[in-house]
Design a protein around this ligand. Structure first.
Ligand SMILES: NCc1[nH]cc(CCC(=O)O)c1CC(=O)O
Length: 313
């Protein structure tokens, strides 16, 4: 079987999503001469629920796959051949028949502090207003700095930077990966250590999804898959999956490779940030999934009803 051209690549339309789609297009062209011509891969922009609803925190809209569902529908219907996603926006369970067969090499997984002057969370002025719509970032921030005022801040990377410039907030956080890919990293950001701010599961990884039954495409994706990245996010996503019963709970995890050894750090925070449970696990890279799942199960037994007491719904 051969590839049917053009290969239709589904993506969201934000500047970051488009930059990521172009990276995938370039990676495909580099391994497959059939895809080297510019018109051999057609980038199809799709608006997702997460793009449409901009006035509410994501946790409030609820549900999984806010940034992925409409794109995945295209894969299922056959109107798209591949879909490009930020892996941190991907639910742990994919729709039946769909698979993530490739990831690009991971970008810097850390969060960045965006503020004028301060280079660490500890240096933020007392009582400063900090904008973030991320429960994970808000909880870790509150744990370190209960004096700060956290307000919701949404929108794409550029929108959020504009709101900071306009003085709506005194500081915010963004993923380093997005800033690097948009060429904005040097200008505005200070990467935070994972001790200060543990990143989201799979942050910095770009995944390529397709229909498992599409053999020419699954074979193609196998050729661009970056195995160390896949190993790391497999452990992190297994950790998340083991905890997913409580989807409004802030969760963070970062797995790192040292040769064939994998080290995972994970945390679960109560929504008010008052309690943070942390865990560390180490094992063979070949056991990535089990390592993550066991760490998730071990931390899960520590969470009692009190832990969720501040939870809204
Ligand atoms: N939730 C939006 C989102 N999804 C992925 C990234 C960054 C890119 C990545 O993690 O690969 C961002 C923006 C941000 O959190 O700053």
């Amino acid at each position: 079987m051969t590839l049917r051209l053009p290969l239709r690549l589904g993506t969201r339309g934000s500047p970051l999503a488009l930059a990521q789609a172009r990276m995938v297009k370039a990676a495909l062209a580099a391994v497959e001469p059939m895809l080297a011509a510019d018109d051999a891969v057609e980038i199809v922009v799709i608006k997702t629920t997460g793009d449409k609803v901009l006035d509410r925190p994501l946790a409030e809209i609820g549900g999984k796959g806010l940034f992925t569902k409409e794109i995945e529908d295209g894969l299922v219907a056959g109107s798209l051949d591949i879909a490009v996603h930020s892996m941190k926006d991907m639910p742990t369970v994919l729709p039946a028949g769909l698979v993530i067969d490739a990831v690009l090499p991971r970008e810097d997984p850390r969060d960045a502090l965006i503020a004028r002057g301060p280079r660490r969370i500890a240096e933020l002025p007392h009582g400063l207003t900090v904008g973030t719509a991320s429960l994970r970032r808000a909880a870790q921030l509150r744990a370190l700095r209960p004096d700060l005022v956290v307000v919701p801040l949404r929108g794409n990377v550029q929108t959020r930077l504009k709101k900071l410039d306009a003085g709506e907030v005194g500081a915010t956080f963004l993923a380093m990966a997005g800033l690097v890919r948009l060429g904005l990293a040097e200008v505005v950001s200070v990467p935070l250590s994972p001790e200060e701010m543990l990143p989201a599961v799979a942050q910095g990884a770009i995944g390529i999804e397709c229909h498992a039954g599409n053999a020419p495409v699954t074979e193609l994706l196998a050729r661009i898959n970056h195995v160390p990245t896949m190993t790391r996010i497999t452990a992190e996503r297994a950790f998340l999956a083991a905890l997913d019963g409580s989807c409004r709970t802030p969760i963070a995890a970062l797995a790192e490779l040292d040769g064939d050894r994998l080290r995972l750090r994970g945390l679960v925070a109560s929504p008010d940030g008052r309690r943070i449970e942390r865990i560390e696990a180490e094992g063979a890279a070949a056991d990535a999934r089990a390592l993550g799942a066991e760490a998730g199960a071990r931390i899960r037994v520590r969470l009692d009803a009190d832990f969720f007491a501040g939870r809204a719904g």
